[in-house]
Design a protein around this ligand. Structure first.
Ligand code: AMP
Ligand code: MG
Length: 305
């Protein structure tokens, strides 16, 4: 009995000093539900810090808040912090790589469609022509948050984590048994996942889809990913694009941009790039995956180099 008690005490002590604790938390931010799962000695503290990071990032980059950096920039103000400057610069560089398919200055259009206040409307062509050029980082900020989260986790005693930032998945570290993280690709029509992608280690898996935010008017669906050339919802023949990339911000920018480009241009863009893989779902329900994307559980066509 005594031995048994000693054993229990030793185990409890070991756990207190070194056990990998798993904690899970759901937060609502950036207009979406976020799920934070963390394993490690500091998992509880890490989660609290992650929740603060998410809230701060939302407040800093909200296009709807006059006091955010975006709000101030749109009112003619200047960027104040080095971090903010770096984010904007990287977003601009990535935008250039996409030849403007990702455009961080579409805020005027987004407002014209009512995506900020939920007062949805189909704007007249004249209203789109006159829409002011305004910053909107909505297509990049969740990926940026994932990236910031990775930097934070690196400073803590965390073994691994998987963060679902409203459809933007950020993994951190390796699973205990070294098996890959398995991430579902949403069916744009709802219901079960279409298939899964597997990734190993710290990766971002980011999806842009026409089902994520939209409204319907007179039988037509208007979604939130706009073609910068027309100011209207991109009609590229795609329902969703998932980008798999080591860098969260790049994944987020490219998922939006590839959606705008459509399958053919996006495939060429991938052939000219080395830093990401992608999965496409078309509006006829076909699935395509670049040759390095570890997709399974569904039939699909491989896009080769
Ligand atoms: P995502 O879900 O990452 O594709 O981002 C969509 C959000 O990005 C929208 O809600 C807008 O705030 C913004 N957005 C829409 N179209 C574009 C575009 N072509 N380039 C950059 N941002 C966009
Ligand atoms: Mg995006």
């Amino acid at each position: 009995m005594k031995k048994w008690i000693c054993g229990m005490v030793a185990l409890a002590f070991l756990c207190l000093s070194g056990c990998s604790v798993h904690t899970q938390k759901t937060v609502f931010a950036m207009d979406t539900v976020m799920d934070l799962q963390v394993w490690g000695k500091d998992s509880e503290a890490a989660q609290q810090k992650l929740a603060v990071l998410i809230e701060e990032t939302e407040n800093t980059w909200s296009a709807m808040d006059r006091n955010s950096i975006v709000g101030r920039l749109n009112a003619g103000g200047a960027v104040v912090s080095q971090d903010a400057h770096d984010f904007l610069q990287r977003a601009e560089e990535l935008s250039k790589r996409t030849k403007g398919a990702f455009d961080p200055r579409l805020g005027g259009y987004i407002r014209a469609w009512g995506f900020y206040d939920g007062a949805y409307r189909v704007p007249e062509e004249a209203a789109l022509q006159q829409a002011p050029v305004q910053w909107d980082l909505g297509g990049a900020v969740k990926g940026y948050t994932g990236q910031q989260a990775v930097q934070l986790l690196e400073t803590l005693r965390v073994d691994r984590a998987i963060l679902n930032l409203g459809g933007n998945i950020q993994t951190y570290g390796e699973k205990k048994d070294h098996s890959p993280w398995v991430i579902g690709i949403q069916n744009p029509d709802g219901g079960n996942y279409l298939g899964t992608v597997s990734v190993v280690g710290t990766m971002a898996v980011v999806t842009s889809g026409d089902y994520q935010r939209f409204f319907e008017k007179d039988g037509t669906r208007y979604h939130h990913i706009l073609d910068p050339e027309t100011g209207r919802p991109a009609q590229s023949g795609l329902r969703s694009v998932t980008v798999i990339c080591a860098d969260g911000l790049t994944a987020d920018v490219f998922s939006t941009a590839l959606f705008v480009m459509g399958l053919e241009k996006a495939s060429d863009f991938w052939r000219q790039s080395e830093d990401f893989e992608a999965v496409f779902v078309t509006d006829t329900g076909k699935i395509y995956a670049t040759q390095g994307a570890a997709l399974s559980g569904c039939e699909y066509e491989v896009i080769a180099r």
